[in-house]
Write a protein that binds this ligand. Sequence first.
Ligand SMILES: [Zn+2]
Length: 126
Amino acid sequence: MKISQSKKDTGVYCCAYGCKEKPNKKKAGLCHKHYARKRREVDPVAVRYNQWKQSAKQRGKAFSVTLEQFRQFCRDTGYIVNKGRRGMSATLDRVINSEGYHIDNLQLLTNRANASKGANDARCPF
Ligand SMILES: [Zn+2]
């Protein structure tokens, strides 16, 4: 993502190149969209972790995995690299469906395998 220093100094527009959205000082002079994009570039694991945690919360699942545990899990499994919606991509899955998201109840599964488990609970959270 290209950042315009002159736009950042002026502070009228989001400082991403070519963007005319309002900047947010708390977001380094970027608009909401470009700030989110930058966060994904800088720390995709943290962004994914927050989305995942939010999703688990919305679905009323217990959740005890810390960001550091998630980082380690991603390093061990290559999760962020492999994630996606196609059949052979990886998703996060609970080993025991009735249990919540805890680091020892977490496994990496392909979308295809996840869908074929059949339980309506086993949907990809993303
Ligand atoms: Zn922008």
